[in-house]
Design a protein around this ligand. Structure first.
Ligand SMILES: Nc1ncnc2c1ncn2[C@@H]1O[C@H](COP(=O)(O)OP(=O)(O)O)[C@@H](O)[C@H]1O
Ligand SMILES: [Mg+2]
Length: 235
């Protein structure tokens, strides 16, 4: 059975149909990517999943219906979104930002364990725990956004373009941690414009064009698909 099951997801903004009936599944422990050009509807899919935008269709997580539930209830059920542009609190410190990620949790001991785990995963955040988040570099802010999402103790992470705007070395660092988090058993749905990167770290992939999934399959197979190579891998 799939941990996440999405059937006929539809998102529209006024007259603009951004997502036109997307079917998608992610099994427990899988790292699945969603690739596609700018404007294809990838972020709208993620926002629809966590209830940040009005949507049609059905979303099930661990067998429970998420559709129509408020965003905090969805977060409490174990799905955590790291949004495009990171969405950190610039005027709070690193430590305060991490605490914000855990605000729905009551078990302080578990929260303390997760905070240690985040600091271990990102030693840079540990060094800068008292620093105002707005003064961090782009890559450090991305680490903080992922760290904050992990502080909710999620079963599933939704990552929206974690590599965007980062220098190659920082992209590599972020992707090492994504792979590590996945290796620790967190299920991941990764949205990327950088198809090459996403296909390399994921097991399966969905390709979106103009609001629809046009292709899906094993990432290794898609990487050798001539259509994909021409359209997304710059060949
Ligand atoms: N808040 C919004 N209001 C109106 N149109 C939007 C809004 N957000 C996204 N769109 C439109 O929906 C389409 C899909 O956008 P998006 O989901 O952000 O794509 P992607 O993440 O793949 O770049 C685009 O045409 C975009 O202009
Ligand atoms: Mg986007």
């Amino acid at each position: 059975m799939s941990l996440l099951e999405v059937r006929q997801l539809k998102v529209a903004y006024g007259g603009i149909k951004a997502v036109r009936g997307v079917d998608l599944t992610v099994a427990e422990g899988e790292l699945v990517c969603l690739i596609g050009a700018n404007g294809a509807g990838k972020s709208s899919v993620l926002k629809g999943l966590v209830g940040l935008v009005q949507h049609g269709g059905e979303v099930r997580f661990a067998g429970e219906r998420l559709t129509g539930r408020p965003t905090h209830a969805i977060a409490a059920s174990g799905v955590s979104l790291v949004p495009e542009g990171r969405g950190i609190f610039a005027r709070l410190t690193v430590a305060e930002n991490l605490d914000m990620g855990a605000f729905v949790r009551r078990d302080r001991t578990a929260v303390n364990i997760d905070r240690q785990r985040v600091y271990e995963l990102f030693p840079r955040l540990a060094e800068r725990r008292g620093q105002m988040a707005g003064t961090l570099s782009g890559g450090e802010q991305q680490m903080l956004a992922i760290g904050r999402a992990l502080m909710s103790g999620p079963r599933m992470l939704l990552l929206d373009e974690p590599s965007m705007g980062l220098a190659p070395l920082m992209v590599q660092k972020i992707y090492e941690t994504i792979t590590r988090v996945a290796g620790e058993g967190v299920t991941i749905l990764l949205v990327e414009q950088n198809a090459n990167l996403a296909l390399h770290v994921s097991q399966r992939a969905y390709v979106m064009e103009s609001g629809e999934v046009t292709l899906h399959g094993a990432s290794a197979e898609l990487m050798s698909n001539p259509q994909i190579r021409a359209a997304y891998l710059g060949e």
